[in-house]
Design a protein around this ligand. Structure first.
Ligand SMILES: C[S@@+](CC[C@H](N)C(=O)[O-])C[C@H]1O[C@@H](n2cnc3c(N)ncnc32)[C@H](O)[C@@H]1O
Ligand SMILES: [Zn+2]
Length: 689
């Protein structure tokens, strides 16, 4: 007798938080389907809690799969998953859902039905850290605006007090009306806070200036007492939600999040998300809503509504950017991932141009260039709607880039956009690069003028090696992080260490970012320069010391352990290397190589390699890690949901992943990669397509 497994979720009306695990064949135990599923114990802890979800085992049932509770009650047949053949063979005995816990959220997984990549835990943890920082910032801004309002009222009241009685009566009447409004808004916010599980904080002084506050209370007692000092809870859109894991973590782990819409255009994913919402109990049910829609249309029809929009697509986010920048509220936060690194780093430059409007270059700095191309593209989309971005954190991690930017509206501020963008000239011989700003801003006697950039910043041939240049960009060449945010996040993440499953990795990334020179785009590679000259490279400490001794700043880059960011001109860097080679001669090599041409020139400065403390990374000196190895093999992208996995996927995703997925889908594992296995890499059709 072939058993089929069926999961049913019950939510009692009285207590939504408690549901019961049922095993219709009692002897099989309560959580047969749940498996510990990772070799990374710091990150994963499976907690199948009694009273949260149900895994039932039925004998002789024909249908397998996970059903939403409501469907059963309606008497509707559960939907077959897209990507699974209707009427196909029943699943084998291994077809079991797995329950995974990440942070405070649990999700049910079933093979490759819905996208899930555990490597993205770093991405989700970082996003939660940024979300917490954003909530704190919004609170600060809210308090500042209250203080300003109060001070305006206070000034207004003094002026009115100086007037005659008639005026005073007018003031008191308008005060009463405003007081009523304020009252309504306060009670509304109280109800919201309770409903949405938002913990109310103790009221603090908005401005820190006691006198100002006191004056405001005297002048406008009703408003000051009644107006909420707690900023509105955050309204979040996870536009590409898959299982809803990220949305659930935001809702459960960030107290200031009031509501999350988890959107996906794949019906299978939306159903899974709905189940996961129920699985996660009261807070999740109150805050998270699954939504089946094309998120581009959804965002366009919710203009300026979301405080946070999260884009975490397969590959490129380019098609979502235009609607995302429109759906953010003023000062809202856009969090955006791109995993199409090959495109962003210079394979098929023309594809990158078509998606992002910028040409990538295959430089050693390509990971930071990728970030800057994405930022430039978001800015371009924002500018179309008189909006502009302010990056708070921009990261190159593992196999993707992730940027966090705030979006503001200002017709005058967008005039500065061209001055925040640059083209990049890169020599094809020695990789020397120069930035060519697209625009300039000049302020004289209080008036500001916006002009095109002047150039070219290079001569036709490279001054170092005589070769020609390639031109890439435009890229975002203004700062990519907000230093205050980064410092605050590092402090907060350290203080809440236990709340971040990938703490070690996110701490190392933020440490790397905190040491970066924020006003220097891109970076050089000491190894690449040494390879051009065919010399043994100096140690990073010696090279960095020589740069500092020459009067410039230098730092590492979070995007590349070998990357060095410096405000020293390329001429100075090559001179330092020329001086190094004088003391560490290279073998004569034949031909006019770029390295040879560079070394024929005499250095114009005399490099001083004496070690200086300020040249070393503080983190390195104090033993704080900036780069960590991946915790396991195949720590990379994962296949799209619904994709039929074959032996050819083993090379990319590992046998453990492929066979684990197949087993969970009730299919036999693949023994070994078969050369030339021509099995089709079938895609699931979207329900709506
Ligand atoms: C990489 S997965 C998202 C993973 C998820 N954010 C997480 O952290 O686990 C991308 C998801 O986007 C969905 N998607 C793709 N195009 C979409 C569109 N136009 N509108 C809504 N969802 C879309 C896919 O169905 C898929 O579930
Ligand atoms: Zn050159």
């Amino acid at each position: 007798m072939k058993p089929a497994y069926r999961l049913a979720l019950w939510l009692t009306k009285k207590s939504l938080a408690s549901a019961t695990i049922l095993a219709s064949s009692g002897s099989r135990g309560l959580i047969r389907g749940a498996q510990r599923s990772s070799a990374w114990p710091e990150v994963w802890s499976l907690q199948v809690r009694r009273g949260v979800c149900g895994v039932g085992v039925e004998e002789g049932g024909e249908e397998e799969g996970v059903m939403a509770g409501g469907e059963e009650a309606d008497g509707k047949k559960p939907q077959h998953r897209a990507g699974k053949k209707k009427g196909g063979p029943p699943p084998g005995p291994q077809a079991e859902p797995t329950i995974l816990r990440e942070g405070e959220a649990d999700i049910l997984l079933h093979g490759n039905d819905v996208f899930y990549n555990k490597a993205q835990i770093v991405n989700r943890d970082l996003s939660i850290a940024v979300l917490r920082a954003f909530a704190a910032k919004r609170q600060e801004e809210h308090e500042e605006s209250l203080a300003k309002k109060a001070s305006r009222k206070s000034k207004g009241a003094s002026a009115v007090n100086g007037k005659e009685n008639g005026g005073a009566q007018e003031e008191s009447a308008s005060s009463a009306v405003e007081g009523e409004d304020a009252k309504t808004s306060v009670s509304g916010s109280e109800v919201k806070g309770e409903d949405q599980g938002v913990e109310m904080k103790e009221e603090t002084s908005p401005s820190g200036k006691a006198e100002e506050e006191a004056a405001a209370v005297v002048a406008a007692p009703v408003e000051a007492v009644l107006e909420s000092k707690i900023a509105k809870p955050l309204h979040v859109l996870e536009a590409l939600a898959a299982s809803g894991l990220r949305a659930l973590r935001y809702a459960k782990e960030v107290e200031q999040v009031g509501s999350v819409v988890a959107c996906d255009n794949d019906k299978v994913a939306v159903e899974a998300c709905e189940r996961n919402i129920r699985l996660n109990g009261k807070v999740a049910l109150a805050k998270v809503t699954a939504n089946h829609a094309d998120s581009r249309i959804y965002m366009l029809s919710h203009e300026k509504e979301f405080d946070v929009v999260d884009l975490d697509p397969y590959g490129s986010p380019s098609i979502f950017l235009d609607s995302a920048v429109q759906s953010l509220s003023e000062g809202g936060l856009l969090s955006c991932t791109a995993t199409d690194m090959a495109v962003l780093c210079g394979n098929n430059g023309e594809v990158c141009y078509s998606k992002y409007g910028a040409y990538p270059l295959r430089g050693k700095y390509c990971h930071e260039m990728a970030l800057r191309i994405l930022l430039g593209s978001i800015e371009a989309h924002a500018n179309r709607y008189k909006r502009h971005i302010v990056p708070v954190l921009s990261l190159s991690v593992d196999f993707y880039v992730r940027v966090f930017v705030r979006v503001y509206t200002s017709a005058s501020a967008i005039k500065e956009s061209p001055s925040k963008l640059s083209y990049v000239y890169q020599c094809v011989g020695c990789d020397t690069y120069h930035l060519q700003p697209v625009g300039r801003v000049a302020t004289r006697q209080g008036s500001t003028r916006y002009m095109p950039g002047t150039g070219p910043v290079i001569s036709p041939d490279c001054k170092q090696c005589g070769k020609h240049h390639n031109m890439g960009g435009p890229i975002w060449s203004a700062p990519i992080h907000d230093a205050d945010w980064v410092d605050g996040m590092l402090r907060s993440v350290t203080a809440m260490k236990s709340r971040y499953p990938a703490y070690n990795k996110i701490h190392s990334i933020l440490t790397g970012v905190s040491e970066e020179l924020n006003d220097v785009p891109l970076y050089v590679s000491l190894h690449s320069m040494s390879a051009t000259l065919k010399c043994t490279p100096p140690s990073a400490t010696l090279f960095r010391s020589a740069v500092v001794n020459a009067g410039y700043r230098i730092s590492g880059s979070h995007a590349n352990p070998l990357g060095l960011k410096t405000d020293a001109p390329m001429e100075v860097l090559w001179d330092i290397m020329r001086c190094w080679v004088k003391d560490h001669p290279v073998k004569e090599n034949s031909g006019e190589t770029p390295g040879k041409v560079i070394l024929t020139k005499e250095p114009e400065i005399e490099a001083n390699f004496k070690k200086v403390q300020s040249a070393t990374s503080k983190a390195l000196a104090s033993g704080v890690a900036r780069f960590l190895p991946n915790p396991e093999e195949f720590w990379g992208p994962k296949p799209r949901a619904g994709r039929h996995l074959t032996s050819k996927h083993i090379a990319s995703y590992g046998a453990a992943f492929v066979n684990g997925t197949l087993r969970a889908e009730g299919k036999p594992p693949i023994e070994s990669p078969a050369a030339g296995d021509g099995a089709p890499d079938a895609k699931r059709q979207k329900v709506d397509e």
